[in-house]
Design a protein around this ligand. Structure first.
Ligand code: PEP
Length: 257
């Protein structure tokens, strides 16, 4: 049984004071919600403070990116060792905004995934097609290429292969207000499981797959209620306490119904 996972991606939003204010109110707001693994991927500058504020909660902390090296002369970068040292569990890798705006290649993403595994961080590996690829029915081709290149060479001996999280994030749905349909996202998640099965057999039923792209409190259960999806990666709707808490409550209530 795969546990439901909801991951907030705050992107480049919130000052430290705003992050603190969010956390102070959010924990009270979701007091009645349980059984949903919830991760907050905050900007680097807030991680140290949030790790303290989240100590007595069930919330987990994630980063949105990292360098693949342990340390070195890489001005402006943050290393996996620094993240692990803060007690961070998850790290988003290969988000489409990083692929697009920072030219992150499949090779770079593979290095980061390998590094996350080495440092005991769980990668949330994002894959997804853009609108042009979607319109020309290339979704499966793109997903296969992104997934296999990021995971090339890893074997089942690596315990992190089953712990890793995959996120299907169609680029055309991110931040646009137009989410994929639940059925559509579930079909792609099913295809991703078939790719895992093809290369790594048994892990295909263990790895959690999220959907990401304009998820909100009104449409979240369209995704969490599907066979091959285990939760969501949430950008815009995770920035506001009431909105994000509402989304978690919707999942919680669906579970109880
Ligand atoms: C994201 O940042 O991964 C994302 C899915 O954003 P949004 O929910 O705003 O579409």
């Amino acid at each position: 049984m795969r546990q439901t996972l909801i991951v907030a991606n705050w992107k480049m939003y919130k000052t430290l004071a705003e992050a603190e204010e969010f956390m102070e109110r959010f924990t009270g707001e979701i007091a009645g919600v349980s059984g949903i693994e919830t991760v907050i991927c905050a900007p680097f500058i807030s991680l140290a403070r949030l790790s303290v504020l989240m100590e007595r909660t069930t919330l987990l902390l994630g980063a949105q990116n990292m360098h693949w090296q342990k340390e070195g002369a890489f001005t402006g970068e943050i290393s996996p060792l620094m993240l692990r040292d803060l007690g961070i569990k998850y790290v988003i890798i290969g988000h489409s905004e990083r692929r697009l705006h920072f030219n992150e290649s499949n090779l770079l993403i593979k290095r980061k995934v390998a590094s996350a595994f080495n440092f005991g961080l769980i990668p949330i590996l994002c894959v997804g097609e853009n609108w042009e690829q979607h319109s020309s029915q290339e979704t499966e081709k793109v997903i296969k290429e992104q997934l296999f290149s990021a995971l090339e060479g890893f074997t089942l001996e690596n315990e992190f292969m089953t712990k890793m999280v995959l996120a299907y994030e169609p680029v055309w749905a991110i931040g646009t207000g137009t989410a994929a349909r639940g059925e559509e996202a579930n079909a792609v998640a099913g295809f991703m499981r078939s790719l895992l099965q093809e290369k790594w057999g048994g892990i295909s039923e263990k790895v959690r797959i999220l959907y990401g792209g304009s998820v909100n409190a009104d449409n979240i259960t369209e995704f969490t209620g599907k066979e091959d999806l285990d939760g969501a990666l949430v950008g815009g709707s995770s920035l506001n306490v009431e909105t994000f808490a509402g989304l978690l409550k919707a999942v919680f209530n669906e579970r109880r119904a």
